[in-house]
Design a protein around this ligand. Sequence first.
Ligand SMILES: *Cc1c(COP(=O)(O)O)cnc(C)c1O
Length: 351
Amino acid sequence: MEDNIEIVDLRSDTVTKPTPEMRAAMAAAEVGDDVLGEDPTINRLQQLAAEKMGKEAGLFVPSGTMGNLAAILAHCQRGDEAIMGNLGHTFLFEAGGAAALGGVHPNPLQNQPDGSLRLKDIEEAIRTSDSHFPVSRLIILENTHNRCGGVPLTVEYTWQVAKVARENGLRLHLDGARIFNAAAALKVSAGELAEPADSVTFCLSKGLCAPVGSVLCGSFEFIQRAHRMRKQLGGGMRQAGILAAAGIIALEQMVDRLVEDHRRARMLASGLARIPGLRLDTEVPSTNMVFSTLEIEEARSNMAAVIADRLFREYHIKVGVVGAHRFRMVTHYWIDDEAIERTIQAFSRVL
Ligand SMILES: *Cc1c(COP(=O)(O)O)cnc(C)c1O
């Protein structure tokens, strides 16, 4: 392994470091006490985010997890039920916060390979009024769907779910951690994707490269309630305009370039597809995620981890391991064409 070779980190788009423009904006940010509503940079970010999502108001939160949790707590009472995907981030990766901190009962439905929940499954899951049952209150969709391969949900499908929600008196929350990737892939605006939902969270700190933060958006009245929940969760921050300044750059400069990440994901997939022993979940990834599985006879149970370790030690390439034989690779701002070539070459040598 040569020295001074740059690490290619494909584990996630969360590894993205802030751009030089972000660091400059952070250093120069005007700040104030946001718990008193006096941080002008946070106020600008929240307004900009709300405009992009087509909602009345926005709330800056430290993480997507807190954004989703504050939304669930603002929508639901204790003992209410939230319908969500069994492969969704909220169900799998948020430490059970809705149940642990909100007393909200999750009702996980099977995610289809395209990241959707079947309308029929949702309709059947909605409870009738009966004191034996929890009260069905909320549906959560995820767009793009992380575990299902970074696939986008369409505007039309989101409206169909919203219609089921409205007809039954439920609310719809959209976990739009990567909603701008979905919008780029579908060639629609993020606002169109978010319009059917009562609330939406998106991450500034993934493909958009900001160091910290997500924004939760919804009606004025909803954001007021979520604001109290954020305080309860300990997410009220003070001069966090330093962070919001990077978020503003993320929204202004980093959204239109996501198509480049998608192009590189396709480039990576088509290169890996030619390597014997590696099978791609989808030959043409729809956004910035490439999932592939080892097809090696007598594969050891932790073969993907062994290969990932070699890729790092011998080629300075980090890939995500998401199963005994499965890898996840995510393209982002700091991954250029050369990094993609290096990764394809490294895989072909290691396998
Ligand atoms: C990353 C992510 C989140 C939020 O994660 P944080 O690490 O808490 O910011 C939520 N939903 C999905 C689908 C995600 O990928």
